[in-house]
Design a protein around this ligand. Structure first.
Ligand SMILES: Cc1cc2nc3c(=O)[nH]c(=O)nc-3n(C[C@H](O)[C@H](O)[C@H](O)COP(=O)(O)O)c2cc1C
Length: 332
């Protein structure tokens, strides 16, 4: 029987959209192989920032976000993705194999979600409080696949504890020279295809208005978004039941869902992971979310006043570097 296949150009375009996914330090730790209409996603350990993310957990979360972006982009192009996660127990870097089948109809909602991939970006400036949060929360909760991760909203009252945990992480790392060297390396001011560009970082005075943030090397800017005197975002935490590579991949898929849903609602987002990298601060987040589960990420979600400064789109590696197209083996 002949298999219906997505045409190669469409497949390449879906992978390009998938690679717009967020990744720790914009490291883009993924590799895709297309062969015979099937797509395989691999974790690329050599790209993971090991001094920040010692076990590669955040890099796999990043791959999970790319996998969900891929699913969304394929659906908008009229193809349903059937995903087999960890299809090869002997190679856990092989995160997923994806097969596609044509969909009878593409809804406007699916197209809008794919558009959100282009509009989403990490915003490190302060946010105003999300005015329609009460109406948005049930929508957000509805998108979370609770078999993969759970979402907890932290009450405003715990904000001082979070800020304290954020400072604790920074002070525990004050003399960790490999961590700081790595941060410098991923935030080079030169034009590259990966890393966090200077424009996407905050200046010292902008950073003073955001109490919960990873301290990156500071960018030099005139003070942006001065109308927001301090960050009033809502903070949500994504946690998983276990702490395996499978959990990390699932958490990444949920991260993508949450970020795209917030973007669709016109909200700005900033993913934060410094608070879950060291056991001391991770334990504080665990206690704040009820004491069970494994906190993976925090996300600031808020509103950006109209006409306010927006961070620029961050670069991505060229498609030819991340997507390998193989001719199917003869007789296969
Ligand atoms: C697992 C993960 C961890 C991240 N941790 C942080 C963080 O601690 N602080 C931060 O400002 N951004 C963090 N980010 C955002 C990335 O730096 C961002 O996705 C990347 O630079 C690409 O930019 P973009 O999201 O605007 O496309 C994280 C993203 C992911 C997926």
């Amino acid at each position: 029987m002949t298999k219906t296949m997505m045409n190669p150009r469409m497949l390449a375009s879906a992978v390009e959209s998938a690679c717009r996914a967020p990744s720790v330090h914009n490291s883009q730790p993924w590799h895709w192989i297309a062969e015979g209409g099937e797509l395989r996603l691999f974790f690329a350990p050599s790209r993971a920032p090991h001094a920040t993310d010692r076990t590669g957990r955040e890099a796999v979360i990043s791959c999970g976000a790319a996998l969900d972006h891929l699913r969304v982009a394929a659906e908008a192009a009229g193809w349903q993705a059937k995903i087999a996660r960890f299809p090869n127990p002997n190679n856990l870097d092989h995160l997923a194999t994806i097969n596609f089948s044509p969909m009878p109809f593409v809804t406007d909602a699916v197209r809008a979600r794919a558009d959100a991939i282009i509009h989403r970006h990490t915003d490190r400036l302060p946010f105003a409080a999300p005015a329609a949060w009460a109406a948005f929360l049930p929508v957000l909760i509805g998108t979370v696949d609770t078999e993969q991760a759970t979402l907890a909203v932290l009450p405003e009252a715990v904000r001082p504890q979070l800020a304290e945990a954020s400072r604790l992480t920074e002070s525990l790392r004050r003399y960790d020279s490999s961590y700081h060297a790595e941060l410098q390396w991923w935030t080079t001011p030169f034009e590259t295809t990966d890393g966090v560009p200077y424009d996407a970082l905050v200046s010292a005075s902008e950073g003073d208005r955001v109490d919960i943030a990873r301290k990156f090397p500071t960018g030099e800017h005139p003070d942006r978004r001065p109308e927001v005197d301090r960050d009033r975002s809502v903070i949500v935490v994504l946690s998983t039941y276990g702490d395996t590579r499978r959990d990390a991949l699932g958490c990444g898929e949920v991260l993508s869902d949450v970020l795209l849903e917030a973007t669709l609602a016109g909200l700005a987002t900033c993913t934060l992971s410094h608070l879950t990298e060291l056991e001391a601060s991770r334990n504080i987040i665990r206690a704040l979310t009820g004491g069970s589960g494994n906190p993976q990420l925090l996300i600031r979600i808020g509103e950006v006043p109209a006409l306010s400064d927006q961070p620029p789109a961050t670069p991505r590696r060229p498609l030819a570097e991340v997507l390998e197209v193989r001719e199917p083996a003869e007789g296969g």
